[in-house]
Design a protein around this ligand. Structure first.
Ligand code: NDP
Length: 281
């Protein structure tokens, strides 16, 4: 019998940390498996998924830009994938049907709550950005019962639409608000999450420093060797706590690993190891 095969499909994929993360999980839980990063051509996602599972592949992670296509391909979808409209984890059900799940949101919440010790309940939350990642995290964040959840985005309409869609799902239309950055005028938040990709090119949306209180926590979904622009902005305005998205990355991977192997690896040593490899690079 051959070794169980897993992979992450994306484009680009070169800098993916997922193979390293899953190799650590496998070693720690003494599972024999192989996990590869595969660059899939933009028009070949469906074929590649079919071929992977036809050849006995056990599970896939899916990243940019294929999460929506993975959603469409999945025959069975978890509630959280359904809400997110995006799938980052694929595997086969016992009857051979393709199952899709989304572990990004739970990954973010676990990192903030379990790893960082931030409390989410009753907090005034702000999300910057309204892309795919935000769709994935809204439902798990709402489950934590924030006092309010505000989404702002460069393209205001996307934030307005998201807020409206999820307000209907949560059944509380007063909780969610969405719009452009002008919504931030005169407001303060306890938890700020940067889910805009502006930081990838070293940019930061225009944010008033008065957004923060002395108890505000700031989370950037982006990570790197150096503190991100958003983290530097948060530190400059005396945020209470600041974190990047490395923990989210490891936690979403752990949840995928659990879906595939029914085992929960410890994430702390893996986050620590990744941090070391990032800063040593
Ligand atoms: P999308 O491309 O779907 O969305 C990008 C968002 O960023 C949009 O809301 C876009 O606004 C906004 N944006 C881009 N450039 C700027 C700018 N210059 N100024 C203001 N806003 C800008 O990306 P995703 O939602 O998939 O991912 C968002 C970020 O989260 C990425 O950086 C990604 O790396 C990170 N991420 C991290 C994860 C982790 O595990 N740590 C998991 C998933 C994502 P507009 O609508 O106006 O274009």
């Amino acid at each position: 019998t051959s070794i169980d095969k897993y992979a992450v499909f994306g484009n680009p994929i070169k800098h993916s940390k997922s193979p390293l993360i899953h190799a650590s999980f496998a070693e720690q839980t003494e599972q024999a498996l192989q996990y590869r990063a595969v660059r899939v051509e933009l028009d070949a996602f469906e074929c590649a998924v079919k071929a992977f599972f036809d050849r006995g592949g056990r599970g896939l992670n899916v990243t940019v830009p294929f999460k929506q296509q993975a959603y469409d391909l999945a025959v069975q979808r978890s509630v959280r994938a359904e809400r997110a409209g995006a799938v980052n984890t694929l595997y086969l059900a016992e009857n051979g049907e393709l199952c899709g799940d989304n572990t990004d949101g739970i990954g973010l919440v676990r990192d903030m709550v379990a790893n960082l010790g931030w409390s989410l309940q009753g907090q005034r939350m702000l999300i910057l950005g309204a892309g795919g990642a935000v769709r994935g995290v809204l439902e798990p964040l709402l489950k934590e019962r924030p006092a309010s959840l505000t989404i702002v985005n460069r393209t205001a309409q996307r934030a307005t639409d998201l807020a409206q869609e999820f307000a209907e799902l949560s059944g509380d239309s007063g909780l969610l608000q969405g719009g452009g950055y002008e919504l931030l005028e005169g407001r303060q938040f306890d938890l700020l999450i940067n889910a805009s990709s502006a930081g990838l090119s070293g940019e930061l949306p225009d944010l008033p420093g008065s957004l923060l209180t002395e108890r505000s926590c700031c989370y950037d979904m982006i990570y790197g060797a150096e503190p991100t622009v958003f983290m530097r902005w948060a530190a400059l305005h005396a945020a209470w706590a600041v974190a990047d998205g490395l923990g989210m990355l490891v936690e979403q991977a752990a949840e995928s690993f659990y879906l595939w192997r029914k085992l929960r690896p410890s994430t702390a040593p893996v986050i620590k190891h990744l941090r070391q490899t990032l800063t040593a690079a």
